[in-house]
Design a protein around this ligand. Sequence first.
Ligand code: NAD
Length: 479
Amino acid sequence: MTEQFRNLIGGEWREGANTSTNVNPSNTDDVIGQYARATAEDMAAAIAAAKAAFPGWSRSGIMERHGILRRASDEIVSRKEELGRLLSREEGKTLAEGVGEVVRAAQIFDFFAGECLRLAGETVPSARPGLRVDITREPMGVVGLITPWNFPIAIPSWKIAPALAYGNTVVIKPAELVPGCAWALVDILHRAGLPAGVLNLVMGKGSVIGQAMLDSPDVKALSFTGSVATGRRVAEASAKHLRKFQLEMGGKNPMVVVDDADLNVAVEACVNGAFFSTGQRCTASSRLIVTEGIHDRFVEAMTARLKGLKVGDALDPGTHIGPVVDQSQLDQDERYIAIGREEGATLAFGGERLNLATPGFYLQPALFTGATNQMRISREEIFGPVASVIRVRDYDEALATANDTEFGLTAGICTTSLKYAEHFRRNAEAGMIMVNVPTAGVDFHVPFGGSKGSSYGSREQGRYAAEFYTHVKTAYTLP
Ligand code: NAD
């Protein structure tokens, strides 16, 4: 019997209208479970439950909030192998990557448990004698969270933890492809002692229940991570309600490699940034912009390194690159590989579908050379293990090429020169800059987010999360 997983609404586990089957992309014969598929009415019930729970939770003591987030962090980390396995099984990143993501989720809850104890305002003298001015951060109310499939536990964690720490109540709608990790996380938080209605989980289709969340005037703040197309819908619907919203969307992140780079450092940063986690990271470096003095050595070393990588079952400890998440993403990756060839780029390595022992969505990492920054493969987010090498004359052309994109999430440079590193840090148009490290891979306690078309609104994570999950109140008192 396949296990059944229900929605959490108002503190009760409730069936949906029907269910969806969660399958393993490494082996489509392996069914993880049947997950409830909610209706728009279920979403309305969850929002109503969160609204009813808000007055109590917003006034809850800091020790209660701290204790719940701490207990959740402890349980997540104590179950890191099991949850990492679940994550790799439903999303397809390798077991090491899955366990790493689970540990990160625990660290996020640990950080925000601490933030509960550091909530503070300011008291300042008034311009008018005798008056006192108190400036406090207040919770927003019911917060709606919509998350994508590629970080099934980290992204729900980095939204849920600050939302709860600052006194909001929550409705989360995880991506339909990966409900397992979100369910496990919500189960942990529920058992850690959250009062009924404070955290609600509604699983199902974005076009039905996601849209119902967008259309509800009772959702006072909405944090979204996903594609640009859905992000626009969030923005439009939120504008109608004059609701606070935050969008984290796509990327076409550049990694610049200049002549003076340490070749080994550059190849490791580019292989990791472009291809690990199957290239399915918003922070992936899909444009490798390489100056001509190092170009040929770089391409040769990259190709040799890629030949040594094993694509396989995410749960196999020998695997370096797991499968693509599903058939439609695989189709998209293959479509872009065909487009790259038609546009005149050279497929220097990979790009072939692999038939392995189990039925899964396996694709060899694909490296294009001879690409230009005007090609579609250099401008549109592919979201797979596909990267292009763009050859440029010098650092100045590299920087201009890096910035010639509508996105601005991360940007990296490999160099041994302080002059280039500092100039790039100041002039690259992105929210996160990486020097001699992959464009993907960020810490849990500092702000995360992009510029230009990649992000909208205030930053996520670290203390900057308070900007989104609170509003500022200024109170004047004549004692
Ligand atoms: P997606 O936009 O298809 O889906 C994201 C979420 O939105 C899902 O939960 C989905 O069900 C929901 N949704 C879909 N239609 C909706 C609607 N009409 N109303 C409300 N919700 C709706 O994105 P995806 O394919 O799950 O994720 C991949 C994308 O996410 C990529 O573009 C990637 O770059 C981006 N991403 C960005 C970041 C970041 O922090 N910048 C992080 C991870 C992923």
